[in-house]
Design a protein around this ligand. Structure first.
Ligand code: NAD
Ligand code: TYD
Length: 357
């Protein structure tokens, strides 16, 4: 039996991590434990994404610690202080475009940071009963698909961007710690997530906000690249299922089975936003601007998630129409959060209130 009493969530102030913490504390069946959110608060980390959680659970079942996963001493202190029995490792540099311009941070956080965390875990968990290190990864490690086929758990790794290469390296290190040291690990590779609290440099929130503000919609290349979209809550429910029921040493693919060419997804967003704002569809369509392609732009991702469905009884429950409409509503209705992450107001507030040790 897994203990799941004191869960260290790294990167819990980011998009997927913050939604994971909220989901676990608010509605995960059978979860009664504590969550320790360990996050460096980089540009992508925003403690304001969890103000509701802090108000309701802070100091009782929710704790925040600011710090870098590369800081071995601090990680060890946190393990001792909270008697950590489970790690859910979300912390990463996560944006492909940034990895092309500044790959260094990706190597440091995604590779060195994951290694540091694994080393700390190996030492602290001398007794291995009931503990688990779950590593969150991406389908991008598998590389780029042609028009047919899907990624399975046995698809060979073939990463093509500094981001996906750094994630692939960390995945290999996680599995190496399982095979070499017997560290109880699991791994999941998920497709593109969408939902609330995603930093507006990523495709869906960027397009929603540009549509709202009448700014151009930059479409890379011919706009025919395909991504498989999944709602962040469906991803996180899969992670919760893995924490409870997975087999040690296994990896699980998680996806939406929901493929969209970028250009068609923009047209779908235009349709939803035109309705929500009473705007003219033709006018919004005129904002579409084809721009220079991303170097090494992967053509298509598509996940086969038969394994997690079969072995862990997981199903996607949020339909794309419904999930996308709610996500658009969220971005249209949360001006304060958006202004905050864009203007750096939250950054100043974070620097004043959450000094790194
Ligand atoms: P995000 O960029 O929104 O959040 C990353 C979080 O990690 C931030 O809060 C940041 O402050 C924190 N962080 C970064 N460097 C750190 C460090 N050195 N020490 C401690 N904290 C640090 O990312 P996300 O979209 O929420 O992705 C979370 C995880 O899920 C990542 O591992 C990513 O590779 C993976 N993933 C993301 C997607 C997606 O569509 N977003 C899909 C599949 C997998
Ligand atoms: P992104 O959200 O960066 O996720 P990823 O590259 O990790 O899949 O991009 C999703 C898709 O949208 C990808 O094919 C690149 C494309 N894209 C654009 O066409 N324009 C943009 O401004 C952005 C950010 C992405």
């Amino acid at each position: 039996m897994r203990r799941l009493e004191n869960i260290l969530v790294t990167g819990g102030a980011g998009f997927i991590g913050s939604n994971f913490i909220r989901l676990l504390l608010e509605s995960a069946p059978g979860f009664n434990g504590r969550i320790i959110n360990f996050d460096a608060l980089t540009y992508a980390g925003n403690i304001a994404s969890l103000l509701d959680v802090q108000a309701k659970f802070g100091g009782k079942r929710y704790f925040f610690e600011r710090g870098n996963i590369q800081d071995a001493d601090l990680v060890a202190t946190i393990f001792e202080k909270y008697r950590i029995d489970t790690v859910v490792h979300f912390a990463a540099e996560s944006h492909v475009d940034r990895s092309i311009v500044e790959p260094d941070a990706f190597v440091q956080t995604n590779i060195v940071g994951t290694f540091t965390l694994l080393e700390a875990t190996r030492r602290y968990w001398a007794r291995r009963d009931g503990v688990l290190f779950h590593h969150i990864s991406t389908d991008e490690v598998y590389g780029s698909l042609g028009e047919i086929n899907t990624f399975t758990e046995t698809t060979p790794y073939a990463p093509r961007s500094p981001y996906s290469a750094s994630k692939a390296a960390s995945d290999h290190m996680v599995m190496a710690f399982y095979h070499t040291y017997g560290l109880p690990v699991t791994l999941s590779n998920c497709s593109n997530n969408y939902g609330p609290y995603q930093f507006p440099e990523k495709f869906i929130p960027l397009m929603i906000l540009n549509l709202k503000e009448g700014k151009s919609l930059p479409v890379y290349g011919d706009g025919r690249n395909v991504r498989d979209w999944i709602h962040v809550d469906d991803h996180n429910r899969a992670v919760w299922q893995i924490l409870r029921q997975s087999k040690i040493g296994e990896s699980y693919n998680i996806g939406g089975e929901n493929e969209w060419e970028n250009i068609h997804l923009i047209q779908k967003l235009i349709e939803i936003i035109a309705k929500a704002l009473g705007a003219d569809t033709d006018e919004l369509n005129r904002l579409i601007t084809f721009v220079k392609d991303r170097p090494g732009h992967d053509r298509r991702y598509a996940i086969n998630c038969a394994k997690i469905r079969r072995e862990l009884n997981w199903e996607r429950v949020i339909g794309f129409e419904e999930g996308l409409a709610k996500t658009v509503d969220w971005y249209l209705g949360n001006k304060e959060w958006i202004d905050g992450v864009r203007s750096g107001v939250y950054r100043q507030w974070i620097e004043q209130n959450y000094k790194e040790r």
